[in-house]
Design a protein around this ligand. Structure first.
Ligand code: FAD
Length: 478
């Protein structure tokens, strides 16, 4: 790939970059593409999933190689630029882009190599879930991924990584074998259980604080197909259906995953006419295995009397893109992790669905946790993983006039469920909700330990556009 910076104009003062000469330094030997506001692809390149975020970086470095990443970091630091790192661009807070700074865009580093014998996938730091799943599928191999195919493997995994398969195979980070990183000084390190183990520990939930991950190696599992059952009800049936779902999950095997949510029912074939485009309750039960066994395991839910639905045995990679949320909407999400989900909590959760922006792609979600994800990895900085339930209001709407309503709904959902909260939170499921929530995301002891790793690998806090753990974070604990 040749270098391209044709659009930059001299002496225009973009951020701290005053002229073409400054970028020439970076251009020399750079294999990717450098974009400034004068290049036609710039606007596409600065656009992320959440349409509320409209930031204008000075330079977007579309990297092809780890060397490009190292050169971009050095360049950004030498020119005093804020540095953001972009994977899939799904962070709701827009941590992937920065005004007047440098964006290290990893999307071209999306190669996935699968070793079917060793059951290992080596994944570029800018790959999406789709890149990973589609490379693994021909070998009937899988690893825990996010619930939509366009999420970046990078931000997802470094934050923990929960998905339909986490009850069976653990979180995405539990399946990490190694991570290759470019550090704040432009150096290259590998982290694994044997090499830099403390850094490896920090990469299990500590996010992008410690460097730019250019490659991940994941353990894979054999799973030729997954069974997915979708069932729909009128929203008024929600309290009855949620109680049954809660009780069903109590003793469900690890193969069972899924979630239950209120949403605007789409006008799809499996949706009865009277529910289409209206607020409805949707249950998804996934089963890691074939349909006959899936039907048997799901029977109590299939017999609840749904008003519409479907059940199908599919390759995992196909299930993974069945629920792809559309980009380009205004987003606000939050989450509350629950120690229990008694009837009163069920009723409060269901009642709050009435405040959603409807019609819209917003989702009022309850995910079950448990299984392998809850039984393993207790030492990692992921204190939310043992909670049996998470409530996840996931707001998406198009009209800015709905901002206030959508944000209020998400916040009130949290407030309603707070009496049952464990106090911990998964940081990938929230935006910037302040220092207290960041601490709740890592846990106080883990936070101190993460700060020590941070001070070893990024003492100047170069990588701070994330759920940040400053190098002196341990001293500044509330
Ligand atoms: C539609 C949708 C569905 C989602 N579903 C799930 C789900 O099912 N399960 C779940 O756990 N989460 C889910 N998420 C949340 C998602 O995991 C987080 O938003 C995550 O941060 C996205 O990572 P990204 O690379 O796409 O985002 P980005 O915005 O590009 O990055 C997020 C953060 O990670 C850092 N980062 C990204 N890649 C790297 C890298 N290679 N090296 C170093 N730092 C990096 C960035 O700097 C930034 O701080 C979903 C998000 C969306 C929008």
């Amino acid at each position: 790939m040749s270098t391209h910076t044709s659009g930059i104009k001299p002496n225009m003062g973009i951020g701290h970059i005053d002229d073409t000469a400054a970028l020439t330094v970076l251009r020399d030997g750079f294999e990717g593409t450098l974009l400034t506001p004068y290049d036609p692809p710039y606007d596409e390149a600065r656009t992320i999933f959440n349409a509320m975020i409209d930031r204008r970086p000075a330079v977007i470095a579309q990297c092809e190689t780890p060397r490009d990443v190292a050169a971009a970091i050095r360049y950004g630091r030498e020119h005093g630029l804020d540095i953001a790192v972009r994977g899939g661009g799904h962070s709701v807070a827009g941590q992937a882009v920065v005004d007047e700074g440098l964006v290290i865009d990893l999307r071209r580093m999306n190669r996935v190599v699968v070793d079917p014998e060793a059951r290992v996938a080596t994944v570029g730091g800018g790959a999406t879930m789709s890149d990973l799943d589609r490379a693994c599928q021909p070998h009937d191999l899988v690893t825990t991924g996010g619930r939509v195919s366009t999420t970046g493997v990078g931000g997802f995994t470094l934050g923990g990584g929960s998905g339909w398969l986490d009850r069976k195979y653990g979180l995405a980070c539990d399946n990490l074998l190694s991570v290759d990183l470019v550090t704040a000084d432009g150096g290259f390190v590998r982290a694994s259980e044997d090499e830099n183990p403390e850094l490896f520990w920090a990469l299990h939930g500590g996010g992008g604080n410690f460097g730019v991950a250019t490659s991940f190696a994941f353990r894979l599992h054999r799973l030729p197909s997954l069974t997915a059952a979708l069932m729909l009800w009128d929203a008024a049936e929600g309290p009855r259906v949620l109680r049954a779902y809660r009780d069903f999950l109590q003793d469900a095997p690890d193969e069972i995953g899924g979630g239950i949510l209120f949403l605007t029912a789409p006008p799809e074939e499996f949706v009865p006419e009277h529910l289409a485009n209206r607020l409805a309750c949707l249950m998804l039960v996934t089963y890691a295995g074939e349909e006959a066994a899936g039907r048997a395991a799901t029977a109590p839910m299939l017999e609840l009397g749904h008003q519409g639905g479907m059940i199908s045995q599919l390759p995992y990679a196909e299930v993974q893109c069945m629920f792809d949320d559309p980009p380009g909407y205004r987003n606000y999400w939050s989450a509350e992790y629950l120690a229990s989900f008694p009837d009163e909590a069920v009723d409060r959760f269901c009642a709050r669905a009435d405040d959603m922006v409807v019609p819209s792609p917003s989702q009022h979600v309850l995910f079950p946790q448990g299984g392998v994800a809850a039984r393993t990895g207790g030492d990692f900085p992921l204190p939310w993983r043992q909670a049996p339930w998470v409530v996840h209001p996931f707001g998406m709407w198009s009209d800015p006039h709905d901002d206030e309503r959508g944000i209020r709904w998400a916040r009130r959902t949290r407030a309603d469920l707070e009496p049952w909260s464990t106090g911990a939170v998964y940081l990938n499921f929230i935006g910037d909700e302040g220092a207290g929530r960041r601490l709740a995301g890592y846990g106080a002891d883990h936070y101190r330990r993460l700060a020590t790793v941070k001070s070893a690998y990024d003492p100047n806090n170069v990588f701070r556009f994330n759920h940040n753990v400053p190098p002196d974070g341990a001293q500044r604990l509330p």
